[in-house]
Design a protein. Structure first.
Length: 193
């Protein structure tokens, strides 16, 4: 599963997030404060080619006080989003690579600043890059145009790979890419080697 991260507008003040218990700044969605009135919105009227596929405006309200996270995944009727078995642990086994799902995933990535990917997903997807054009190649030019319209780098969002162990194959497609950028987030101990 991957998450799409939309940053707050550059003009908003940034404040460190501190949880009451001093731990990770995790907020339960059902306890979240509503987004401030008049908050910025990412998106709007899509270019003609994307509008024909999506059929509506795409507007994502942005938090002014922290990044906005949009999550997209498919699941089975009983809630399984990925299978954890040798040779196949990604969501494609669940979705069957359904083309409309891939288009929507590409559209959300085309609207994002960053795509967050866990190390297990990276290891299971040895030839995958997490860009809109990789997810839905037929819409690559339209996705690039949409990103330009939004004032984003046309190549795609930054890929953020998260690993507690630091065990990533640095030869993996996308790990060493500079366009779009790839950031690896890990623990202090895992970063040393």
């Amino acid at each position: 599963m991957t998450s799409t991260v939309l940053a707050p507008p550059a003009t908003s003040p940034t404040q460190p997030l501190v949880s009451p218990n001093g731990g990770w700044p995790i907020e339960l969605l059902w306890e979240a404060e509503p987004s401030p009135t008049g908050a910025a919105v990412r998106g709007g009227l899509l270019p003609t080619e994307l509008q024909a596929r999506f059929g509506a405006r795409l507007e994502i309200p942005l938090r002014l006080d922290r990044p906005t996270i949009a999550v997209n995944f498919v699941s089975t009727l009983d809630g399984v989003v990925a299978l954890d078995r040798a040779g196949g642990s990604g969501g494609r086994e669940i979705s069957g690579g359904f083309e409309p799902d891939r288009f929507l995933m590409g559209l959300l990535r085309a609207t994002a600043d960053a795509v967050l990917v866990g190390a297990g997903t990276v290891r299971a997807s040895r030839t995958h890059a997490w860009t809109p054009s990789q997810v839905h190649p037929a819409s690559a030019a339209s996705f690039s145009g949409w990103r330009r319209d939004l004032g984003l780098a046309p190549t795609g969002p930054t890929t953020v790979m998260v690993t507690a162990s630091g065990e990533l194959d640095l030869c993996h497609l996308g790990v060493g890419d500079l366009d779009p950028a790839v950031i690896v987030v890990t623990t202090t101990a895992a970063a040393r080697p």
